[in-house]
Design a binder for this molecule. Structure first.
Ligand code: ADP
Ligand code: MG
Length: 683
């Protein structure tokens, strides 16, 4: 059993509990309840209050009820398969207690004639009479049934009784833990201790009290501990750099003046934040976050330019070959010939590759662009000062940590992401990094008009794209996988491809999950060079690529996507000079909720705002795509309802970092709330 003052036992195996054997433990494991502590966060959904007894005239059929009755007649038929009955009544009506497989002697003992007895069970109505079959509780003393019984959403194979017994066993033996929060923080929660809070959390009458001090305190513990873990990772990454980088601001400003557009304020702010990091004596580990089309690339290029001018090499990694090439050509255009830029990818031939590797080691290459090929073991830079990773959203925390070690002691790291996540979740997901945020879009950016259309009106869409094509425009046509469980189901895209090919001969091509990598690059290039007009695809069209000539995107089965995803897809168009259109197709008319969500999309063009609103409608799990994986970062906290707690936790972490406070007092908290694995798998 759980001893006092020992949190280790909270983390131990479920079989340590009385009444939990291997079998029960296995069943609970399926619900991701591994240790004793996990059980605590499984809250009762509702409780049946057996203390409230009903009169027979008010009885509710089909529900579990408590009634006080007087048995007045036994009916024991002595025929096999017929149940024994006890006829009972109160002053308002009649009710039978029905027993299968019970001895007469036993029945007579528990339901003596003429005595008032309180019973509890599920009410049926049979042959014009109320009855309770095999009553659950029978007692002469109605007080004995007054214990409130909590209803948990049960794991199959574990009865409610067993569940209640297990939970009560833990609650009654919670260890006293030293408080980890300071007075200032505790004030927000009426000074309720962890133990007291857990106790209150499981009290039947407290079910659903999400705004109570005890609930909020426990939610805060969860949030705070996840931020703390991230903060610790960040501290480890921010090592001292040995070599200093001196930024030549004059050169930078001349470079900026030569651009054919004016940088937005957010771009300038981000550049300044990055410059501060680069010239400081601590390693930069920064995320440049900005919606699709917000202009992250030029910010990264300027960072690269500054680091090169400070005498260091720079590496830029793109997620795909074609994006790497696009970066390569735009950088070539921007940099003067004194800066040596090379590209390295899976397609680079052996000879060029050898030459590139050689030149890298001899510091003859200033900037290397490529796919992940540029981080192979054999590749040695002479003097790498900055790694830039474009569209990093598929990296977990562990991968990021590894990356930070890769470049060596003097190398700064800049990650870029267009995945807009609600502000409240930024620290949870990116708390290991510093963040520069580009919120404004460049001026004069064309808006994408969004429409919804029923599948049955496809002819209108065909007419529309016919016009667009004759105006020299290009079209994306996206078909999501219909059946998520069968990932090789490309039939919908192939069907659509066949269909469109007939209408637009020689103008359509298709990309799907089975298209070979090399062929994929070829098709994308064909589209980029306007050799084809319509590109049908299943999987999401490569992030980050600029297709300035594509100005229409059609998304079939649009309700299969989350709003943020739809927004990202929509961001594939509207990058050039022309007006753009996004058409969302649906199989049938929209539900109320679906319409609400689509209106958010139609009215907003800001990915952050959209993800925030989407989260309010669907909950954060869905927005982050967690639901499928069964992962949940927080068991109690909710970014929508507890957004103030997220801010409070962020302020407290920042304060602790600023004041360089010892975090020893959080040891227990961090042990109890270790979510490192889950945080790592996020996003
Ligand atoms: P993303 O943030 O999605 O990576 P990009 O960096 O690819 O966006 O920028 C999208 C387009 O906007 C590019 O063609 C880029 O040249 C252009 N752009 C970037 N900044 C500005 C600006 N301040 N004014 C006008 N156009 C800009
Ligand atoms: Mg980009």
């Amino acid at each position: 059993m759980i001893k006092k003052n020992n949190y280790n036992l909270l983390l131990s195996d479920l079989t340590k509990l009385k009444g939990v054997g291997k079998k029960t433990a296995e069943l609970l494991k399926k619900k991701k309840i591994i240790n004793i502590l996990d059980l605590l966060w499984k809250l009762p959904k509702k409780y049946t209050d057996k203390s409230i007894s009903t009169k027979i005239e008010n009885i509710k059929i089909g529900e579990e009820q408590t009634v006080t009755i007087t048995p007045y007649k036994y009916n024991f038929p002595r025929i096999r398969n017929l149940p024994n009955r006890v006829l009972c009544k109160d002053e308002t009506g009649f009710l039978d207690c029905v027993f299968f497989n019970s001895y007469e002697g036993y029945i007579k003992k528990i339901l003596p004639l003429g005595k008032q007895i309180t019973i509890n069970g599920k009410i049926n109505f049979f042959r014009n009479k109320y009855q309770i079959t095999n009553p659950k509780y029978i007692s002469e003393d109605s007080n004995l049934i007054k214990t409130k019984h909590k209803k948990y959403s049960l794991t199959e194979g574990i009865s409610e009784n067993v569940y209640n017994k297990i939970i009560n066993q833990i609650i009654n033996n919670l260890p006293d833990l030293d408080e980890w929060h300071n007075q200032e923080i505790l004030k927000n929660f009426n000074n309720v201790s962890w133990k007291e809070a857990v106790n209150l959390l499981h009290k039947p009458e407290n079910i659903g009290k999400f705004q109570s001090s005890f609930y909020r305190r426990l939610a805060f513990d969860e949030i705070f501990s996840s931020f703390l873990v991230q903060s610790e990772i960040r501290k480890k990454i921010k090592k001292k750099k040995k070599k200093t980088k001196v930024i030549d601001i004059k050169l930078q400003n001349r470079f900026i003046q030569n651009l054919n557009f004016k940088l937005t304020e957010d771009q300038i702010k981000s550049i300044n934040e990055i410059n501060n990091d680069i010239s400081s004596n601590q390693k930069m580990f920064r995320l440049l976050q900005g919606d699709v089309g917000s202009g992250k690339t030029i910010v990264a290029i300027i960072a690269a330019y500054n680091v090169i001018n400070a005498g260091f090499q720079v590496a830029i990694m793109a997620p795909t070959e074609i994006l790497a090439r696009q970066h390569y050509s735009s950088i070539k255009k921007n940099f003067n010939s004194s800066i040596n830029v090379e590209i390295l990818s899976g397609q680079t031939n052996q000879k060029s590759r050898k030459k590139i590797l050689n030149n890298l080691e001899r510091n003859k290459i200033n900037l290397l662009i490529g796919t992940h090929a540029i981080f192979q073991k054999k590749i040695n830079f002479k003097n790498l000062g900055l790694i830039i990773i474009d569209e990093q959203h598929k990296f977990g925390v562990n991968q990021r940590k590894k990356l930070s070690d890769k470049g060596g002691d003097d190398c700064d790291i800049l990650l870029m992401s267009a995945t807009p996540i609600p502000r409240t979740l930024t620290m949870t997901i990116y708390g290991d990094m510093d963040i520069s945020l580009i919120k404004q879009k460049p001026k004069f950016r064309k808006k994408v008009i969004t429409y919804t259309k029923l599948d049955s009106k496809i002819n209108e869409i065909i007419n529309f794209i016919q016009k667009e094509i004759s105006n020299g425009n290009q079209i994306f046509w996206v078909c999501p996988l219909i059946d998520e469980s069968n990932k090789i189901d490309h039939s919908s895209a192939i069907k659509k491809f066949e269909y469109l090919k007939k209408i637009f001969p020689n103008k359509v091509d298709i990309l799907h999950g089975k298209t070979e990598k090399l062929e994929k690059e070829l098709i994308l290039k064909k589209f980029l060079d306007e050799k084809i007009k319509i590109l049908v695809s299943t999987t999401i069209i490569e992030v980050g690529i600029d297709f300035p000539n594509a100005n229409v995107i059609i998304i079939e089965n649009a309700n299969k996507f989350g709003l943020s995803q739809l927004h990202q897809l929509r961001g594939r168009v509207g990058r050039g000079q022309k007006d753009s259109t996004c058409i969302l197709m649906f199989k049938s008319s929209l539900s109320e909720n679906a319409r609400k969500r689509l209106n958010i999309l139609k009215k907003n063009n800001d990915g952050f705002k959209i993800s925030e609103e989407d989260m309010k409608l669907r909950g954060y799990g869905d927005v982050l795509g967690f639901k499928q994986s069964g992962l949940k970062i927080f068991k109690l906290a909710d970014p929508v309802h507890n957004h103030d707690l997220f801010s409070l936790a962020e302020r407290e972490i920042k304060r602790i970092e600023r004041e360089n406070e010892n975090i020893g007092r959080f040891q227990t908290l961090m042990k109890l709330y270790d979510r490192a694995d889950i945080i790592n798998e996020m996003v």
